[in-house]
Design a protein around this ligand. Structure first.
Ligand code: AHM
Ligand code: MG
Length: 354
């Protein structure tokens, strides 16, 4: 009789069981039905886009025409970088082949991009920020891509994509890709948050952290303090509080994805509040703040505008912006308490003056 095969431990065993992204999606959904097939295929396409962008970023300093500005200004009024255009097109071509996505909406395009050949069967919409933190590109610092998937509702025969103007709870998947020392893809399909690291020798994203939970409180506060005098008093009061109490440390990279990734693993709070000139802040709801809110809530954290849960905000246009306070539950609540205190103080003053 032949004994069952017993792997010998000569230090040659795989250092992990090499769970790939598509296998993980099936494991999460515990079936191989049509919806699971779709989600797995969608995540594979996002991963492909991430690999192509990571490859170009890793060689950008050696390539003609990879770095710098195009000379154009996008719909947000921001100067467009060559890498923004490249990454935007990478997502489009990756999803052209998917058959599943009829529309893509991104930071770089005024209106959604339709893939007519997919529309008869494409039931999903991809919303994305192809290169988030693009001011970091030319100096070889971390940048990211943010993505969100929504199910298309109705026919959209007049190409207005009105069904996208709904709250963030309509997202069926969301996440980001962080292009740092290694490329990491973090995603959620509403069943926890999972991180995958790109193994360049295999060309595969391999599961590196499953069921990531954000600490309830953390030491980091991440905000552009250069805007201090542009903020509302309540945010200034919170920052003064942080300065006066031990145990806080500031970290701000200029790229949201990297800052959020640190907070996801180590705890703390990221803020991009409204300013005097831009009361709604800088960050866009559909492809920046809502996907990150979905992810951080799945990890046990919170995301707020200061007065409302980010996932409850209904945008009035595709490129709508929201203030963002996101991270560990206790830290988000602390920032909100400063906003509430100031609102109460104002109400009392107003009442006393009448
Ligand atoms: P972008 O998507 O056009 O790059 O803008 C978003 C970025 C975020 O990644 C980052 O947190 C923020 O803008 C930085 O803005 P600021 O320089 O105003 O602090
Ligand atoms: Mg962005």
């Amino acid at each position: 009789m032949v004994d069952a095969y017993q792997p010998l431990d000569h230090g040659l065993a795989l250092d992990r069981d090499c769970t790939t992204l598509s296998r993980h999606v099936f494991q999460q959904l515990q079936n191989f039905g049509p919806d699971a097939q779709d989600l797995s295929a969608l995540m594979n396409r996002i991963a492909l886009a991430g690999k192509l962008i990571a490859r170009r970023l890793s060689r950008a300093g050696l390539m003609e025409g990879a770095l710098g500005f195009t000379g154009e200004v996008n719909v947000q009024g921001e100067s467009v970088k060559k890498m923004d255009v490249y990454a935007n097109e990478v997502f489009i071509s990756a999803f052209k082949q998917s058959g599943l996505v009829c529309r893509l909406a991104s930071e770089e395009m005024e209106k959604p991009y339709y893939i007519p050949e997919n529309c008869p069967i494409g039931r999903y919409t991809l919303l994305y920020d192809p290169i988030d933190g693009s001011s970091n590109v030319d100096i070889n610092l971390n940048v990211g891509s943010i993505f969100s998937i929504r199910q298309q509702e109705g026919e959209d025969t007049d190409s207005t994509a009105r069904d996208l103007l709904q709250n963030g709870r309509k997202q069926i998947a969301a996440g980001y890709i962080l292009y740092g020392p290694s490329t990491v893809l973090v995603y959620s399909i509403g069943k926890g948050v999972h991180a995958f690291t790109l193994d360049p020798s295999l060309g595969e994203f391999i599961l590196s952290n499953e069921n990531v939970q954000i600490p309830q409180h953390g030491p980091i506060y991440s905000v552009n303090e250069g805007n201090f005098w542009q903020w509302d008093d309540s945010i200034r009061d919170y920052i003064r509080y942080v300065h006066r109490h031990e145990g806080y440390t500031a970290r701000y990279s200029g790229a949201l994805v990297g800052d959020i990734h640190r907070i996801l693993f180590q705890g703390g709070v990221f803020l991009y509040p409204g300013t005097l000139k831009k009361p709604e802040g800088k960050l866009r709801l559909l492809y920046e703040t809502a996907p990150l809110a979905f992810l951080i809530e799945q990890a046990g954290g919170r995301a707020s505008t200061g007065t409302q849960e980010i996932l409850d905000v209904v945008p009035d246009r595709i490129h709508a912006r929201t203030p963002l306070i996101i991270g560990s539950k206790e830290d988000v609540a602390l920032v909100e308490s400063f906003i509430q205190d100031k609102a109460r103080e104002r109400e009392e003053k107003f009442a006393a003056s009448r």
